[in-house]
Design a protein around this ligand. Structure first.
Ligand SMILES: Nc1ncnc2c1ncn2[C@@H]1O[C@H](COP(=O)(O)OP(=O)(O)O)[C@@H](O)[C@H]1O
Ligand SMILES: [Mg+2]
Length: 264
């Protein structure tokens, strides 16, 4: 479990980015949402020790981030940055994914095993010899996830993993996120995409000006007036409300509800 307890973060220049935020993450998909500048990235950087609390504490599987290095923590919490495609620097996919495990000083066999496993997990088996820059948007995002997975972290932070992707690519990334959760990872999904929240999240945390405004179920979250936070309501929910259908998570559920009504 990751526990964030009464966390404050004040940047130099006195910008207060987080105000007394507490939350926990277990084996679940936690969507972290909020308008630009609300403190999402700041919070995420605390989970793997890139930032240290101004006040309060962050405990990752029993380890206080104050007393641990980023290298140590990144074996527990993997951070896939926004626009990770700018960060590839190896000539092929295999070497890109092998980079982290190599730095851990693992044996050649272990490295190879981890790379194959990580690539398979993100549905990129067979891509080993490809140049990272030749991949599509969705493939690049999945490669970035594989690079982090090869460290075998228990938790993953995904910062805007589907932003800028076309629908097909986004779908491939969604499938991977779902699968990783089923395999026992805890996932913090930072996103502006409310459709993604509706479809994938188990829980939602809403930040606004550094304050945690909401922490609860997806159903409850979508009862908030999201316009106050620069967030859109998913089209599917608008339609289902107009038709007086209850809360639905995806098109399949929507159709099931409709069919139940028209059947005698
Ligand atoms: N390195 C920094 N120095 C000073 N202020 C920062 C720094 N990084 C972010 N901030 C400020 O902290 C607030 C929260 O930023 P951030 O965590 O990036 O929000 P989000 O990811 O939700 O857009 C913003 O007001 C931002 O300008
Ligand atoms: Mg951010």
């Amino acid at each position: 479990m990751i526990e964030v307890r009464n966390l404050w973060h004040i940047y130099e220049g006195r910008k207060i980015a987080l105000r007394d935020v507490s939350l926990t993450i277990e084996n679940e998909i936690l969507a972290l949402v909020g308008p630009n500048g609300s403190g999402k990235t700041t919070l995420a950087k605390h989970l793997n020790g890139l930032l240290k609390p101004t006040k309060g504490e962050v405990i990752v599987d029993g380890i206080n981030t104050k007393n641990a290095s980023v290298a140590e923590l990144s074996r527990i919490v993997g951070y896939v940055f926004q626009n990770p495609e700018h960060m590839f620097f190896e000539e092929n996919v295999f070497r890109e994914v092998a980079f982290g495990p190599k730095n851990l000083g693992l044996s050649k066999d272990e490295i190879e095993q981890r790379v194959r496993w990580a690539l398979k997990s993100v549905n990129l088996g067979g891509y080993e010899d490809r140049n990272p820059y030749s991949l599509s948007g969705g493939e690049k995002q999945r490669l970035a996830i594989a690079c982090v997975l090869s460290m075998r972290p228990r938790y993953l932070i995904l910062d805007e993993p589907t932003t800028g992707l076309d629908e097909k690519s986004a779908k491939s990334v969604k499938e991977v996120i779902r699968k990783l959760k089923e395999e026992g990872h805890g996932i913090m999904l930072i996103t502006h995409d409310m459709e993604l929240v509706l479809e994938l999240a188990d829980r939602v945390v809403l930040l606004f000006e550094g304050v945690k405004i909401f922490d609860g179920s997806v159903n409850e979250f979508f009862r908030l007036d999201l316009r106050n936070y620069d967030l859109d309501r998913p089209e599917l929910l608008r339609i289902s409300e107009r038709l007086n259908i209850g809360f639905v998570r995806n098109v399949d559920e929507f159709v099931t509800q409709i069919l139940e009504r028209v059947r005698p």
